[in-house]
Every structure is written in C-alpha cells, then in structure tokens.
Design a protein around this ligand. Sequence first.
Ligand SMILES: *Cc1c(COP(=O)(O)O)cnc(C)c1O
Length: 245
Amino acid sequence: MSEISDNLAQIEARIAEAALRSGRDPEEITLVAVTKTFSADVVLAAHEAGVRHFGENRAREGISKMTAVEPYVSDPPPVWHMIGHIQSRKARRVAEHYDYVHSVDRLKIAARLSSHAAEAGREIPVLLECNVSGEGSKYGFALEDWHVDEGRQDAFLGAVGEILGLPGLQVRGLMTMPPYVDDPEEVRPLFASLRALRDVLQERFPAADWQQLSMGMTNDFEVAIEEGATMVRIGRAIFGARGSR
Ligand SMILES: *Cc1c(COP(=O)(O)O)cnc(C)c1O
C-alpha cells in the first residue's frame, strides 16, 4: 500500500519533469494505472493513493474488478479504460462497462462497439489503435511507413471516415504500443510518427476531436511525453512485476 503510493509519487514526478522539459503543462497528461493481473485489493489501494484512471487489457478481468471495488470507491468513482485487443464476442460487455476504449483496432470492432453502446444509451470516448512499427503489438490499423505508403494511409483514412459516422462512439485520438526495447530512444520515432499521423487526421477531419495520444508505458513513458503523449499507461512501475495469470 505505502509502496504503491511511493511508486505513484515517483511516477507523477517523472511525468511532470518530462512534461516541463518539453515545454508542456503536466496537467495535460493523464496517468492510466494498468492493474491487469493484479487483484481488486490493489485497485482499492491505488484508488486510496489517488489513482483515478485504471487500465485493463482483458474485458472480463476488468469487469470483475469494477464490480468488486464499486461499493468502496464512489467518491470519486474510478474511470475504467480498456487498453487491450477486444474480441468481437466481448464487444457488448466492453460497451456496457468501460468508460474509455483505447484499442479500437479495426473497423469491425468499432461497428460492434457502436451498436452496443447506442443500444445501451452510452457515448463512449475511443482511441484508434495504430501499428506504426510493423512490430510490437500485432494489433492496430496497419500504418507502418504510412507517410510514404499512400495505400495504407488511404485505407486508414477510409476507415476513419466510417468510424466518425458511427453513433455511440466519440473519437478522441490515437493509441499505439511499440515493441519493447531496452533503450526507449529507439521507439521515439514511432511516437513522433503517431503524432504526425494525428496531425494529418486533424487536417482531414477537422470537425472531430483528435486531442488525445495514448502512448508510453513503464519503459518509455518519458520519451512518449516528450513526443506529445496525453495519456500514459503504466503498470509495472507502480505495481511491480506481474506474475503469470
Ligand atoms: C500491460 C500494458 C501496459 C503497461 O505496461 P507496463 O510495462 O506494465 O507499464 C500498457 N499498455 C498496454 C496496452 C498493456 O497491455
């Protein structure tokens, strides 16, 4: 418990330093604490320590924690972020329970989330997950070398046009998950690429809101912030190493 609050204080300080270093306001950056594999008790301890945003990568695991902590954390309630790949048959659950979805990685899942959200009378803020490296997460819209590959760029722009027309979803920006590397400088160009892609979208679809860039994890969040991240998704640096599930 006190370890969580100590780790949290350190991470918040590092987020603020990275923001200030790049001339940004630390308030622009939302910390999403990734509690996957950890228990509901850990969620409670983190909430007590001041965490407000929680990230989970498996639909059902996250929902069982939401249910478990709900009676204890109403003031203020946690905001639950779905950050992992969503199987089609889980779309309804995600649309009914999560507050924010970072991992809209294909048109089909956007359409499913949309219809379930609309049915439930919800408007869910979402990010489009982009694979700008060709490695790393195998999910996401294929956007490796998008700036020179017009076919890829056009395919994505077409999908974006359709997603923006779907009810029940509010597009807020982009997300990426680069490959794990020891030296985070190696993935700096990928973060810069996501941000440049966002600028293209802003120009093409100016009526939509492209403000959010979800990028940066334990290993690379400072570099991501320097390249414009507005949401960082951090697990290990707050909660320690994860065991196997
Ligand atoms: C697990 C996970 C994270 C957090 O990774 P850490 O290395 O623990 O900070 C961030 N984003 C996604 C999509 C994840 O699955």
